[in-house]
Design a binder for this molecule. Structure first.
Ligand code: ADP
Ligand code: MG
Length: 731
């Protein structure tokens, strides 16, 4: 029996104790966060007021006030059992980072007390030298600083033997450049706020202090049994399978999407939600996704900065909780070939400080000039900066999705739906007819309700779709930190809002009435940006041709799409809004392209080992079996007592020689791959990424093809690597 077959008998759900009356969520939601409410209870009125002013108006608190908050935070955390604290930050790897310190402080020989000061709350200094900086500092310049982000509440992470207080922070270099994902996001929200407030003033809203982006990321993922995971070097090393023959049953029966959630999985989901609620993460929806063993969690939307922290935390929780259930949570964009990969639909909108969603079209969007103006600004932003949106999701994992006929294509376009399209067409032509609407669906059976129809239908294939009162950017990868895509959306829209505001002001100065000026600005944007709008099937071949005619970029390769971060105009745009300096943006280009290369090298080296140490030896074993039985047959045939059909003998020979060839192809291509990796060492990062995209990836596919063919014929008990049909179907 192979190791793989032995594991089959170990597949089991974790033993769980039944809970008859789970706790009411509202009773414990956010109990592990130092929320505004909790803070208010633990500090003086005046300090709380100062803290709130800091958040809304940017007036920083005093050191004494910081000391008071730090002490309250420590007391609260200790009352919950925390003994350590950490500044929690998001370096440019896209992951989260933490360096823990104890609360203890020496008070005399052999004596300690627990202490936490305002200065330790506000500022930390982890060594920055082992985090990517994209050339922004030399390795010997080790200093980096973390600084408290007061807008995201501190929280407590529990492990079996202790608890840690985590304080969300930004991370900067000795010279003040952002080394993280959070600071640019905060800066972009500030730019968006300024631009939106200026526009809203024109529409008569003067009391608005803050506008911010809101975000609800729908998180897709796979779950597989831990025993199988442990046997797959590729999943352990690269997060995705590098070989593996397709399972006869995949997603073709469409029986998985929204299907009954298996008990083992739903238990996992319950526990994730419970942990998430303690941290104040508002998980809302859970369901089966399209591919076997693929699922989704979606939260209620929040301010982007918080949504982003929460999504990072959620991904960590999912991985942690899965292990408790003998499962492994795969967040890779394409863990399995031939079935759907995972993305993260980024639902984005903008809201003012009174809670108004600025992308809410209302009952009669055609009369809602403010909405139409903001909509036009979004269209212009996407039209002008599709390259940046594409770059914001450019990573090795996502390269398997974008343009691969399942996820949104690499061509960025906008879907608006029938009603809005009609309205925009009317505005473009200057006509003013009413839009006819059929709001009710009548089922014709009196016992069933009538339906109120949404203003737009859905288009699941569009990368940037308007879905009711928000846009959904669907090209984001499932493993990605969402900060960069949000930062980019915020910035390009801030720029367009400013443009629109200036246009309206310019025309208004000519003495025309406000409404007709606004209509004129909107209609000119509609005309200018028409190429970006597409209502059809984005997966169809025709669209690729059509998009080309329209001059829309279609960039499949990561290395090419990342070029957008180095373009002069783009650098100027980000510098103008103080989101990235040139140095910071270029650093991101270098880091992302470098990470792409590292990812491919890890994959290639893992594949090499799997082929040499697992696939080929299994092939040899089978080859030996074939050779020996053939030999026996031939010698038996030579004696008088066994008559062998010559065609059958030929078939046996052919089968053996087929196997010999397959093993040879696998080995030959693996040797080629080795040479290619050697050659790559001579290249700079960009050349290397190009080489990997154009030559290494096809070569890896080639190796895979023959390895997968072997998997399908080699005797089952010689094959140690868990197969797709097992990993994807064992519950
Ligand atoms: P859909 O089914 O169209 O994707 P849902 O209402 O189920 O819409 O929402 C999907 C995600 O979009 C959820 O995470 C939700 O919180 C988020 N979302 C809804 N409204 C907004 C908004 N105004 N801003 C940001 N995200 C939003
Ligand atoms: Mg989904």
């Amino acid at each position: 029996m192979s190791i793989r077959q032995k594991v089959l008998f170990k597949i089991n759900s974790a033993k769980l104790e039944k809970i008859d009356f789970p706790k009411k969520v509202s009773g414990y939601f956010g109990e592990n966060t130092f929320s505004m409410g909790t803070m208010q209870k633990h500090i003086s009125k005046s300090t709380f007021k100062a803290f709130k002013t800091w958040l809304t108006e940017g007036k920083i608190i005093s050191l004494a006030q910081a000391n008071e908050i730090a002490d309250a935070m420590k007391e609260w955390a200790m009352s919950k059992g925390a003994t350590y604290y950490t500044h929690w930050f998001q370096p440019m790897t896209g992951l989260t980072a933490e360096k823990h310190d104890s609360f203890i402080s020496i008070t005399g020989p052999g004596k300690v007390i627990e202490k936490f000061s305002g200065s330790k709350l506000i500022q930390g200094e982890p060594d920055a030298s082992s985090f990517p900086s994209g050339g922004m500092r030399a390795t010997f310049e080790a200093r980096g600083y973390t600084a408290w982000d007061p807008s995201s509440p501190a929280f407590i992470i529990e492990s079996t033997l202790g608890k840690t207080l985590c304080i969300p922070t930004i991370f900067i270099s000795y010279h003040g450049a952002s080394l993280d994902k959070k600071l640019p996001l905060l800066r972009s929200d500030e730019a968006l706020s300024k631009a939106a407030i200026n526009l809203l003033k024109l529409f008569g809203h003067s009391g608005i202090k803050k506008v911010f982006s809101t975000c609800g990321p729908e998180q897709e993922y796979f779950l597989i049994d831990k025993n199988y995971y442990n046997l797959r070097q590729d999943l352990v090393m690269a997060g995705r399978t590098l070989i593996g023959a397709p399972s006869p049953k995949g997603q073709q029966l469409e029986d998985q999407y929204f299907g009954t959630i298996k008990e083992r999985v739903v238990n996992f989901m319950f526990e994730v939600a419970q942990e998430a609620y303690k941290l104040g993460i508002p998980l809302m929806t859970r369901h089966n996704e399209v591919a076997p063993h693929q699922y989704e969690f979606a939260p209620i939307f929040e301010e982007s900065n918080i949504a982003c922290d929460h999504n990072q935390l959620l991904m960590e929780l999912m991985k942690k909780v899965a292990l408790r259930h003998n499962l492994v949570c795969l967040l890779h964009e394409k863990p399995f070939a031939g079935i759907n990969g995972s993305g993260k639909h980024l639902n984005w909108s903008l809201s003012d400080d009174k809670g108004n969603n600025l992308l809410n079209p209302g009952e009669t969007p055609e009369d809602n000039l403010q909405f139409l103006t903001i909509l036009a600004a979004v269209l212009r932003a996407v039209y002008l900066h599709a390259d940046l949106l594409r770059a914001s999701v450019a990573l090795a994992g996502n390269e398997h999705r974008l343009g691969a006929n399942e996820a949104p294509p690499a061509i960025i376009s906008v879907f608006l739906g029938e009603q809005l399209t009609k309205i925009l067409d009317m505005l473009e032509n200057g006509s003013k007819a009413k839009v006819s609407r059929k709001d009710i669906i009548d089922l014709g059976i009196s016992r069933l309700p009538t339906f109120n129809k949404d203003t737009t239908d859905r288009n699941r294939t569009s990368p940037f779709a308007f879905t009711g009162a928000k846009f959904e950017f669907r090209a984001v990868g499932s493993s990605q930190n969402i900060s960069t895509p949000i930062t980019i959306i915020n910035t390009i829209i801030a720029d367009s809002l400013e443009y629109v505001t200036n246009q309206i002001k310019t025309f208004k100065d000519t003495g025309k009435d406000f409404n007709s000026v606004v209509l004129k600005v909107i209609s000119s944007i509609i005309k200018e940006t028409k190429a970006i709008r597409f209502e059809g099937n984005n997966y169809a071949e025709d669209w690729i041709k059509e998009a080309k005619k329209r001059g829309l970029p279609n960039i499949a390769a990561t290395y090419e799409s990342l070029e957008a971060f180095g373009e002069k105009n783009n650098i100027a745009l980000f510098e103008k809004y103080k989101v990235f300096s040139k140095e910071e943006l270029v650093a991101r280009y270098h880091i992302w392209i470098h990470m792409y290369n590292l990812t491919l090298e890890i994959e290639a080296n893992t594949l090499k080992e799997m082929v040499n140490a697992s696939v080929v030896p299994a092939g040899y074993k089978y080859e030996k079996l074939l050779a020996e039985t053939l030999q026996e047959l031939i010698s038996l045939g030579k004696g008088a007592d066994l008559k062998i059909d010559p065609a059958a003998l030929e078939d046996r020979k052919k089968h053996l020689s087929d196997i010999v060839s397959k093993i040879y192809y696998v080995r030959r291509n693996t040797n080629e791959m080795d040479k290619l990796l050697e050659k790559a060492k001579e290249c700079d990062d960009k050349e290397r990424a190009e080489l990997y995209f154009k030559e290494l990836k096809p070569l890896m596919e080639h190796i895979r093809k023959h390895a997968d063919e072997l998997e399908c014929v080699v005797s089952d008990d010689a094959w140690d690597l868990p197969k797709y049909r097992e990993m994807l179907f064992i519950k």
